[in-house]
Design a protein around this ligand. Structure first.
Ligand SMILES: C[S@@+](CC[C@H](N)C(=O)[O-])C[C@H]1O[C@@H](n2cnc3c(N)ncnc32)[C@H](O)[C@@H]1O
Length: 440
């Protein structure tokens, strides 16, 4: 595929930024930092939002990929947004005093084990495991003290609500309790982007934390739980749900001792979910309930995001020989496997999945392994004009609602990887609108 030069993109961004500087007219700027920035999904969503001359401005960003020497995501980020105020270092090594004060902290952090152990060496009496990135977010807001951001907007896989399997919800309870300790109230919602008309079936948890004395904090303090979850909370306002009723609500108190949560949370009923699709926490009490989207707007389907066939490079097409391998991967199977540790033989089975992918539905979730020609169960395959083919990086960008060619400059499979890691921008944009209207 012909790829535009990364440098010329960068030049255009700089020109645009200079023009913006000359016409600087905003009344209120929500100073934002983007952590675990990847290729900037949060930034793209937030920067689309303008209201009464107010806007979000990313004043600092951080992105560092631990597994590779070449920093593809960070390189793309700089090419699109400029090098200024971008940091390509392990966040764990960044001094909090080097991070500018900000109003909003955003980021999609990995789902890891958030348990803590007490230690006498640590002045706070407890320590999270090294390399666990939640504790880096915690460290920034804790050490910013009086200048800690008023708001956090975070994204994670929905599994976060259920992990670890042996103590469902313990990790999320640790996040809630540590934010409570730092003076925040928290709302959360598992959102499937396609439930609100967006092009991809991608279920992710979004977490919004708001500091004492903000308008959004007071809404949680002053309204009753049904009002908050049905109408007045940030998620209820942005992503309407079918009315929930009191009987379905679970209300519980969280321990404020993180070691106690680590050791005891949900020990009695480890298979029972402590946290459901949506909820909020204030003053250490959490309210949670299952919910269903209530959306009657425009919908979109995979077909709407496909490129013109005449622009599809030939390597994306699948010939009849290869097609058999794809059909095998996508089909039902039962394979004998041996457990490497115990030597125990077992039957691994999986059902068949729709093949090729349906063009009249939103796409399935894009995963990091989406790129490359090797047949796989999880990659998308579409059939257009009688021919089977994989999706191009441009199409993957569209399914995440990124601008076309945002990731140009690295290999096609790296571009697919970056989109597998990213998020559906439209969700952030909608949340940004609500947040800005609440701040103003
Ligand atoms: C789930 S992705 C977020 C993607 C982003 N929201 C986007 O739109 O592209 C998490 C990112 O965190 C980065 N990361 C992992 N460990 C890191 C660390 N120690 N310091 C900084 N960034 C890290 C990864 O390279 C990855 O790009």
């Amino acid at each position: 595929m012909k790829t535009p030069n990364l440098f010329s993109f960068y030049q255009k961004v700089e020109e645009q930024k200079n023009m913006n500087k000359q016409m600087n007219v905003t009344n209120q700027t929500i100073k934002t930092i983007e952590l675990f920035a990847g290729v900037g999904g949060f930034r793209i969503g937030l920067e689309k939002v303008k209201r009464n001359n107010s806007e979000f401005k990313v004043v600092w960003s951080n992105q560092w990929e631990p597994s590779t020497k070449t920093q593809h995501a960070s390189d793309i980020y700089c090419a699109r947004f400029g090098f200024e105020n971008h940091c390509n270092e392990d966040i764990a090594t960044v001094d909090v005093s080097d991070i500018p004060d900000h109003d909003l902290l955003v980021g999609g952090f990995p789902c890891q084990d958030y348990s803590v152990a007490s230690t006498l060496k640590n002045s706070h009496g407890l320590v999270g495991k090294k390399g666990v990135l939640w504790w880096e977010i915690y460290r920034i807001i804790r050490d910013k003290k009086g200048n800690a951001p008023k708001y956090l907007l975070l994204e994670n896989v929905d599994r976060l609500l259920k992990s670890p399997a042996s103590q469902r919800g313990r990790d999320f309870a640790i996040i809630l309790s540590s934010l409570n300790e730092l003076g925040y109230a928290v709302e959360w919602r598992v959102i499937n982007a396609s439930d609100y008309g967006m092009p991809q079936r991608r279920r992710r948890i979004f977490i919004f934390a708001t500091k004492q004395n903000t308008k959004s904090y007071n809404i949680l303090k002053e309204n009753n739980s049904l009002e908050i979850l049905n109408h007045t909370g940030i998620f209820a306002k942005t992503f309407p749900i079918n009315e929930i009723v009191e009987n379905d609500l679970i209300i519980n108190k969280l321990s404020n001792d993180l070691v106690d949560i680590t050791n005891n949370f949900n020990k009695e009923t480890p298979k029972k979910n402590a946290f459901l699709d949506t909820g909020y926490m204030i003053n250490g009490i959490y309210y949670t309930v299952k919910c269903n989207a209530n959306y009657n707007g425009k919908t979109s389907v995979l077909r709407d995001f496909l490129e013109d066939e005449k622009n599809i490079p030939k390597e994306f097409y699948i010939d009849s020989e290869e097609l058999k391998k794809w059909e095998y991967q996508k089909g039902a199977k039962s394979i004998e496997r041996i457990n490497k540790i115990t030597g125990h033989k077992y039957l691994y089975t999986e059902g068949s999945m729709g093949f090729p992918d349906c063009l009249e539905k939103p796409s399935r979730t894009i995963i990091t392994g989406e790129g490359g020609a090797s047949p796989s169960r999880f990659k998308h395959v579409v059939k257009v004009n009688g021919k089977y083919r994989r999706l191009t990086p441009l199409e993957l960008e569209r399914l995440n609602m990124f601008p076309d060619n945002h990731t140009v400059g690295v290999s096609d499979s790296k571009r697919a990887f970056l989109m597998g890691n990213a998020l559906v921008v439209g969700i952030v944009e909608k949340l940004g609108h609500t947040l800005l209207s609440e701040i103003n």
